[in-house]
Design a protein around this ligand. Structure first.
Ligand code: SF4
Length: 367
């Protein structure tokens, strides 16, 4: 197992981390086997959250985890200090520990979450108290989807680490993760943990490329939700692969079936539009809205079912609407001249997609 330094903390984490959410889905015997095999393979970073099954994931882990030699993290989604304190105390009890290495403020995706957290009596107060009391050693923050709030939080409070999704699908829906958040964290020695390497399972056809894509970034650990021994074995084999090379990335972005001829790659080659429509900006707003998952085609049922389940997973719709409403002119101005589609290297039917964007974001139709 490879180990990497976690920012300024002095901790060395295994490159593969075990995420606790999917441990909810399997019986205790299976959880025990997975955790044992993970530790035997050299894994040392295990994380869970109070909200995973209302403490059930923590309770399962609390019965198994050794007291020493591993790094344990949990999360609180509470925004006020009192609830966060109650949750932390319960988490310690569930995990059967007197203290934990890392507490994350969980799912801080919207500006109003961050405003609540940092105000008087907000959960940052609990963080400071718990650090002084020795209940936690380091403080992290997690975010899903739109990451403008995450960046703001990293700039306003000295978090030791953060965790967010990094994968080759959502790079086109939340590009600020790669272009702003990761560079800021790397420059300031803030630890970076990656999750959702497979985009919540959507990239299952290309798991090897997905892992190798995430390894292109300066991440300490790739956290994987594992609920079977087969999956653990697969992840252990993938974690050692080399990062994706530039030419492989170009091929992947061109050929990936999940991106296909619908997801905008933000290459800007369709511009300028004769009607001055900022086509990539409208498609980015659609990405925030439903990750460009719902393309108006049914295709096969399993594929549709997974897209339907994941489209609104992150709750970035408000950001989508605010961005969409600030873009002038809107999709209405499209005359269907087709010049843009001829320029698009990914063969996206742009006039059709603009109609879909209008339907989702202007007419309020939730796909
Ligand atoms: S050319 Fe195609 S992929 Fe590139 S920005 Fe325009 S619509 Fe998106």
């Amino acid at each position: 197992m490879e180990y990497r330094k976690l920012g300024k903390t002095g901790l060395n984490l295994s490159l593969l981390g075990l995420g606790g959410f999917h441990l909810l889905e399997v019986d205790f015997h299976t959880v025990r086997n997975i955790v044992k095999a993970f530790l035997d393979s050299g894994g040392n970073y295990i994380e869970t959250a109070h909200s995973y099954g209302n403490g059930l994931s923590e309770r399962k882990l609390g019965k198994i985890l050794p007291k020493n030699g591993i790094i344990v993290a949990t999360k609180t989604e509470a925004r006020d200090a009192e609830t966060a304190k109650n949750e932390l105390m319960q988490s310690l009890k569930n995990l059967n520990r007197e203290n934990i290495d890392i507490l994350f403020l969980h799912s801080v995706t919207r500006d109003d979450d961050w405003e609540k957290i940092k105000r008087e009596d907000g959960s940052l107060e609990l963080i400071e108290w718990a650090k002084k009391k020795g209940f936690i050693r380091y403080v992290g923050i997690t975010s899903h989807g739109y990451s403008g709030t995450l960046l703001k939080a990293l700039k306003e409070y000295p978090f030791d680490l953060f965790m967010t999704g990094i994968n080759y699908y959502d790079r086109f829906n939340f590009p600020e993760i790669e272009s702003e958040v990761i560079p800021y964290a790397a420059e300031n020695d803030i630890g970076i943990l990656a999750m959702k390497t497979l985009a919540d399972g959507y990239l299952w056809r290309n798991a090897e490329y997905a892992f190798r894509y995430t390894k292109r970034f300066p991440v300490t650990t790739i956290v994987s939700g594992i609920n079977s021994m087969e999956q653990l074995e697969k992840d252990l084999s993938l974690i050692h692969k080399t990062p994706l090379a530039d030419e492989e990335l170009i091929k992947l972005i061109t050929k990936s079936p999940e991106l296909g001829n619908y997801v905008c790659r933000q290459c800007m080659k369709c511009l300028p539009c004769p009607e001055d429509i900022d086509i990539p900006a409208l498609f980015l707003a659609e990405g925030r809205f439903d990750r460009q998952m719902m393309d108006g085609r049914i295709g096969n049922a399993p594929d549709y079912a997974i897209r339907d389940r994941l489209a609104h997973w992150f709750g970035s719709e408000e950001t989508a609407l605010s961005e969409f409403n600030s873009i002038e002119p809107g999709p209405d101005k499209c005359t269907e001249c087709g010049i843009c589609s001829n320029r698009c290297p990914y063969k996206i039917d742009i006039p059709r997609k603009l109609k879909i964007v209008k339907s989702k974001l202007e007419e309020g139709y939730i796909w």
